[in-house]
Design a protein around this ligand. Structure first.
Ligand SMILES: *[C@@H]1O[C@H](CO)[C@@H](O)[C@H](O)[C@H]1NC(C)=O
Ligand SMILES: *[C@@H]1O[C@H](CO)[C@@H](O)[C@H](O)[C@H]1NC(C)=O
Ligand SMILES: *[C@@H]1O[C@H](CO)[C@@H](O)[C@H](O)[C@H]1NC(C)=O
Length: 564
């Protein structure tokens, strides 16, 4: 395994992204427990031991939750006289190696937490000044390995400037003081860091590899430099692709993260996973239905499933969500492919789906409405005319579904269906209209990417109108398909976090809102095939389709297709 790890690392470097680090430590997404969402940085040895015991006693470890991971606050604030990493002896009185042994004695795995900065993240606005590992990667990785670490979560606070290399036995407390003067306040958390986060992560990857101990490397730069596209799969086993999910948890955080995942689902593969952040199941801020949607979506997106709630006395509802073996099975499926975005019915429902190892398909349909209602899932949105279905939340067989399936779904609840023996729906063909040939008004203008004309500044008065659009022999309702670019990614919650609204109107009729997720984090990469059904077409090549946005910018457009 160790040898394989080095070979894969070397290949990953050479091929830059063709190979994930599938060294056997994270062939399927890691599962475990971390205190942060429930306890922030206030954790103690007793709390970690309790969580480990509870994982075992509640049967969770048998379901795959094996890692007990440290998060911020365990560390010391100064290195020891030989420059070694230290722990807070008040919080961890028996020391980290003893804690690791205890966790291992329960048959579990032990994770440490550090940071690719001069200090780590903390819950005191940057004043905690816990040790980070920047500039100390080799010695810290060696320490972590010697303590028995099986996992490292590597954060990104105070990473804004490079630590000078310490000469041996220098007065480090003084150097850290000097250095902290160089670190500006924003460097505690910098969402636009003036350096490549990949460099910090690669330094730690190499340091971990040099220890020869298999250690899951969990990259946590919050998605600020689009790690999926470095690609982070050649650097670590998982990479956070978004800002924190909490605390506090909220439905808006889930919407933000789900939108941000849309353009990168294809990067998840055996040994390398999009990390949607730790679970909020069991915590305040989400309803039971929201927690269920959150858990199933995270599982099917192949995110690491890291429980982050107090396991002392969890509710039966929390346990039943976390213990659903059918949903866990989606996460641990050996094919290792994420669900991907199929279709959004704005403010109504999303359809996502992906393949499983046994040839079946998992479909997740999220109810965006704020109330319980009957939701209708159109099987053609995942490519089927009909299929046999099992409801993976309840385990009940739904028999053969044809065309559509309607079920009552709670507010923000979801359908999670396993589809087998699917009969493919007919392939769709589209007549294509280039945005570069459309009429523009207001501030809308063109630019060229890869020799393709792209229309930007649509919205805020700018409009784009496709003319002479063919309504076919009958007109009526047509399925439209948009190729667009939207790199307007965000760390915070807005009415459309990590998405932009386009308002689409046919022949001057009522505009329909399309809430289009980001296509990447740069303004070159296209999202292809955002579907929108629109009525009001007349027969023949006489129609106009206009895109606008009265109160913001829409994405940039490449082309529109009209289903024939
Ligand atoms: C300093 O810390 C390192 C890492 O924990 C440890 O291996 C080393 O023994 C410590 N040295 C002293 C002098 O305490
Ligand atoms: C480190 O250097 C500073 C300034 O030169 C001095 O004030 C401090 O006492 C020194 N600390 C140690 C631990 O030697
Ligand atoms: C330009 O090429 C890149 C790389 O193939 C691709 O990802 C992107 O979507 C292309 N953009 C356009 C506008 O064609």
């Amino acid at each position: 395994m160790l040898k394989l790890q080095s070979i894969y690392l070397a290949l990953g470097l050479l091929a830059h992204g063709v190979f994930a680090i599938d060294d056997g430590t994270a062939s399927t997404p890691p599962m475990g427990w971390n205190p942060y969402n429930a306890f922030s940085c206030s954790t103690t040895e007793a709390m970690y031991k309790n969580a480990a015991q509870r994982l075992v006693n509640l049967g969770l470890s048998n379901l795959g939750y094996r890692y007990v991971n440290l998060d911020c606050g365990w560390q010391g604030k100064a290195r020891n006289s030989s420059g070694g990493f230290t722990w807070d002896t008040g919080k961890i009185p028996n020391g980290i190696p003893a804690l690791a042994s205890y966790i291992h004695s329960l048959g579990l795995k032990f994770g440490v937490y550090s940071d690719g900065g001069v200090y780590s993240c903390d819950d005191q606005g940057g004043n905690g000044h816990y040790l980070g590992s920047l500039g100390h990667e080799a010695s810290d990785a060696a320490s972590f390995a010697s303590w028995g670490a099986d996992y490292l979560k590597y954060d990104n606070c105070f990473a804004g400037a490079h630590m000078p290399i310490f000469p041996a036995r220098t007065n480090e407390s003084r150097l850290i003081e000097l250095f902290s003067l160089l670190v500006s306040g924003t460097d505690f958390v910098d969402y636009n860091p003036p350096f490549n986060t990949e460099d910090h992560m690669t330094a730690m990857r190499d340091a971990l590899a040099a220890t020869k101990r298999p250690i899951v490397f969990s990259i946590c730069e919050w998605g600020v430099q689009d790690p999926a596209r470095w690609p982070a799969s050649s650097v670590g086993h998982s990479w956070r692709m978004s800002n924190d999910i909490g605390p506090p948890a909220s439905w808006d955080n889930l919407f933000r993260i789900i939108n941000q995942l849309v353009p990168i689902t294809q990067f998840a593969q055996r040994g390398g996973w999009n990390d949607l952040d730790m679970l909020e199941v069991g915590n305040n801020g989400l309803t039971a239905a929201e927690q269920q949607t959150h858990f199933a979506f995270w599982a099917a997106a192949k995110s690491p499933l890291i429980i982050s709630t107090d396991l002392t006395n969890p509710s039966s509802q929390t346990l039943s969500i976390l213990s659903n073996t059918r949903i866990i099975g989606l996460n641990q499926d050996s094919l290792g492919r994420s669900i991907s975005f199929k279709r959004r019915y704005t403010n109504d429902h999303d359809v996502w789906a992906g393949p499983l190892a046994d040839g079946s398909t998992v479909a997740i349909v999220i109810n965006w409405q704020n109330s319980a209602r009957t939701l209708t899932f159109d099987l053609t949105d995942v490519g089927f005319k009909s299929a046999n279905a099992v409801d993976l939340i309840t385990g009940s067989s739904l028999g053969t579904l044809s065309g559509t399936y309607s079920a009552s779904v709670a507010a923000h609840g979801s359908l999670v269906l396993k589809l087998t023996n699917g009969v493919a729906s007919p392939a769709r063909t589209f007549t294509s209209y280039a945005a570069g040939s459309a009429s523009l008004s207001g501030g809308a203008n063109t630019r060229v990417v890869n020799s393709t004309t792209v229309v930007g500044f649509v919205g805020n008065g700018g409009t784009l109108t496709f003319n002479n659009v063919d309504g076919g022999s009958a007109g009526g309702t047509k399925l439209l398909s948009f190729d667009y670019i939207n790199a307007d990614f965000t760390m915070g919650n807005t009415a459309c976090s990590n998405c932009r609204n386009a308002y689409v109107s046919v022949n001057g009729g009522t505009a329909v809102q399309a809430q289009m997720p980001i296509s990447a984090q740069n303004w070159n990469v296209v999202f292809s095939g955002y579907l929108l059904s629109m009525s009001g077409f007349k027969p023949g090549k006489v129609n106009t389709v206009t895109i606008s946005n009265p109160s913001g910018y829409a994405p940039d457009f490449v082309k529109m297709g009209v289903a024939v």
